[in-house]
Design a protein around this ligand. Structure first.
Ligand code: ADP
Ligand code: MG
Length: 683
């Protein structure tokens, strides 16, 4: 009966499940305080004494039961506002009790409100030489008498029958010793029933380390298995395409970071093993050119290449940029999206299949089954956070030997998150912006400062600059937001009337050819103002645009704001980002906006985002489940994560198949059913 409830309510099916159901706090009832020694700094206290009075005071909502307990040293007041009748019945003036509760002071006198009360007999039976664990339980369980303390009693019984040998150690002894960590058995015992808070802390650290270490080990084994066994197309040379482009047509010198990353990529592709590399770089760090040059290496080795972007706007922008840059090299580039007309689509599909098209640029349209490559050697995925793992996997299947994969993301992911969410990928980072950029100045303005803001924009446009107005468009209330956008558009128009100013508008509901026309007019400078929703967020590049106004900025997440801001500051002109909000925005929104005003460093912003929202909410990682640790928090415990990764890498280097005798237990653990991590079993 109790077992059934535990199954239903807490998904506790086995003793092992119970063992791994950890308390959320402990109460320290190991000591009895003498009343005279109680001071204001104490949190919870436990006292023992004789009940000397008990009476009901006050009326209606002020009604309360007040009692006094006296020990040899003084008197403490006990108060109840609820359950008065029941407490009255239970307690007898003149008897001795033990009371435990949160301490407060009233008019300089100590008191406990709603204390737990036990008779001396009950108190002695419980034998308090450890902290009492409190578990979270559901309302239903509580109603059946299985509350957070009762579960503790159950746990206590479990430990009475459990033996040390039943809990196998899964971390090699040398690692435990090196980090002075306790054994698995001790950790489990102490996380439930520690003798003091230090014991609890060290148990917690050990178990967090275990989670992180095991997950890093799994990722590491996947990586190393791929490195050792998976086939890849050997790109043995760098040929005319790459060299011609590099020496004659490269529009600017590469930054040091771009060069370094290209080298890492060339090493991967020249190894005969499939490349699987995550390329991170803040907005505007110049990932596109790196992707392009990587594609040229593929072409030099007789292969085709493709790049998949999340939106049509972005895909067509890549297409145009590539066509222009590659024009002198006589390379055939094609654009394939959902709105490619059917006659053209047919000929493009044919060209891709025959190999006459060397570079295919596109959206999701590229991964459809009808798209058959002649010899795809490299697939680039731009703005990875917009795609799922499944879509990446589809690209793998476009060739018998899987193509090399370059996965690019402009939402900087904190290193720790990358380690846990994309641990199967190798990792490169462009940590340097192209020279000559002046950082975007970001300010927060309230709605009533609108006239000044508009004057400022007029002046900027007068100087030949272009401007973005961004409105939130949130799916849940799309219709309403759409109307907001239209109203916003009319507003902007009222401030900036034609024919003095020309305005483009782009939003998700617009047919894509119309989107394209509007976008192109802005790109060509025919319109000075772009009114848009976040469809503009990813990748779009209009260097002459130097001001971005974000309306209702409180409605955007941090990384989204950062992405949006990345649309300006792409040229040599001084750029501005103005975050408009009304007066009464919430605390979190205020913090997001203040961070935006303080820094333009995408990695700092990402760390902050992780801190504010937790990993579950970071774009694109929600589905992966790779961060669902029971105890560890990859933001707060990043130090521990770094150590775990170090140890896992070191171990795999010395013993990649876990064959050494001291690693057998670990291997067995990794293979066992109950090694419950999101990655499942290893083979
Ligand atoms: P992102 O990494 O956000 O995709 P892009 O590849 O779009 O950034 O590059 C942003 C801008 O910087 C583009 O206009 C690009 O031409 C320019 N750029 C890239 N690399 C360099 C460089 N090494 N020197 C000067 N400008 C560069
Ligand atoms: Mg980009």
């Amino acid at each position: 009966m109790r077992a059934d409830m535990l199954k239903k309510e807490l998904q506790i099916f086995t003793f092992e499940d119970l063992l791994f159901y950890f308390p959320f706090k402990h109460l320290d009832k190991t000591q009895i305080h003498t009343i005279a020694t109680i001071t204001a700094g104490m949190d919870f206290v436990q006292v023992r004494g004789r009940l000397i009075s008990m009476e009901v005071l006050g009326e209606k909502r002020g009604r309360r039961l007040v009692a006094h307990l006296r020990d040899g040293s003084g008197i403490i007041e006990l108060t109840w506002f609820q359950g008065i009748n029941w407490v009255q019945k239970m307690l007898v003036v003149g008897n001795e009790y033990v009371a435990f509760g949160r301490l407060s002071f009233f008019l300089g006198k100590p008191q406990l409100s709603h204390p737990e009360i036990e008779t001396l007999k009950e108190s002695n039976e419980a034998g308090k030489n450890f902290l009492e664990p409190i578990y979270s339980v559901t309302e239903k369980l509580k109603a059946r008498g299985l509350n957070g303390r009762a579960l503790g009693k159950l746990m206590y019984q479990l430990f009475l029958v459990l033996e040390e040998k039943e809990i196998t150690e899964n971390i090699p002894l040398t690692i435990l010793q090196h980090h002075a960590m306790c054994s698995r058995w001790n950790a489990l015992k102490q996380i439930h029933f520690p003798k003091n808070y230090q014991q609890y802390e060290s148990a917690l650290i050990r178990l967090k380390f275990e989670e992180l270490f095991i997950s890093q080990l799994r990722w590491g084994m996947m990586r190393s298995a791929r490195h050792r066994y998976s086939r890849g197309i050997l790109f043995s040379k760098v040929g005319v395409h790459f060299n011609d482009f590099f020496h004659q047509y490269l529009p600017f010198p590469l930054t040091g970071a771009q060069k370094r990353v290209l080298k890492e990529i060339r090493q991967d592709m020249g190894s005969g093993i499939q490349m699987n590399r995550l390329l991170q770089g803040d907005v505007g760090s110049g990932k596109t050119i790196v992707a392009l040059m990587t594609m040229l290496i593929a072409l030099d080795n007789g292969c085709q290449a493709c790049i998949m972007a999340p939106t049509e706007i972005l895909a067509s922008q890549h297409f145009e940029q590539f066509s222009k840059l590659l024009n002198p090299l006589n390379i055939s580039v094609a654009l394939l999206t959902g709105s490619t007309k059917s006659a053209e689509r047919k000929s493009i599909l044919k060209g891709i299949e025959e190999g006459s098209i060397q570079i295919a640029v596109g959206t999701h349209a590229l991964i459809e089954d009808v798209v058959k490559f002649n010899n795809l050697g490299l697939a680039v995925v731009d703005e990875q956070h917009k795609f799922g793992v499944a879509q990446r996997a589809k690209l793998w299947k476009k060739n018998t030997v899987p193509p090399h994969m370059l996965v690019m993301t402009a939402t900087p992911i904190p290193r720790t998150l990358a380690m846990t969410a994309y641990g199967d990928l190798d990792y490169s980072v462009i940590d340097e912006l192209p020279p000559g950029r002046t950082p975007v100045t970001t300010v927060h303005r309230l709605d009533d400062a609108r006239p000044q803001v508009m004057d400022f924009i007029k002046a900027e446009i007068g100087n030949g600059r272009q401007v973005y107005f961004i409105f939130p468009l949130i799916e849940e209330s799309e219709k309403l937001q759409y109307e907001d956008l239209m109203r916003g558009f009319e507003n902007v128009k009222a401030w900036f009337p034609e024919p003095m100013f020309w305005i483009s508008m782009v939003h998700g509901r617009m047919p894509s050819d119309q989107k394209e026309i509007n976008m192109q007019r802005f790109v060509r400078g025919e319109t000075q103002i772009m009114v848009s929703t976040t469809v503009i967020e990813v990748g779009v590049n209009v260097p002459n645009a130097s001001v971005m106004i974000i309306e209702s900025a409180e409605k955007f997440g941090l990384s989204q704001l950062h992405q949006l801001r990345g649309r300006v500051g792409r040229g040599s002109e001084k750029s501005f980002c103005i975050l408009l909000t009304s007066n009464g925005i919430g605390k979190d929104a205020k913090e997001r906006i203040s961070i935006m005003c303080q820094t333009t460093d995408g990695f700092k912003i990402a760390e902050k985002d992780l801190e504010l929202r937790g990993p579950g909410d970071i774009q694109g990682t929600r589905q992966s489940g790779a961060m669902n640790f029971r105890l560890a928090d990859i933001s707060a415990d990043r130090g521990l994560l770094e150590q775990a990764k170090l140890e896992a890498d070191k171990l795999l280097k010395s013993d990649p198949d876990l064959k050494k005798p001291e690693h057998i237990a670990l291997k067995t653990f990794l293979q066992s059913d109950n090694a419950d991590t999101p990655w499942g079993k290893i083979s």
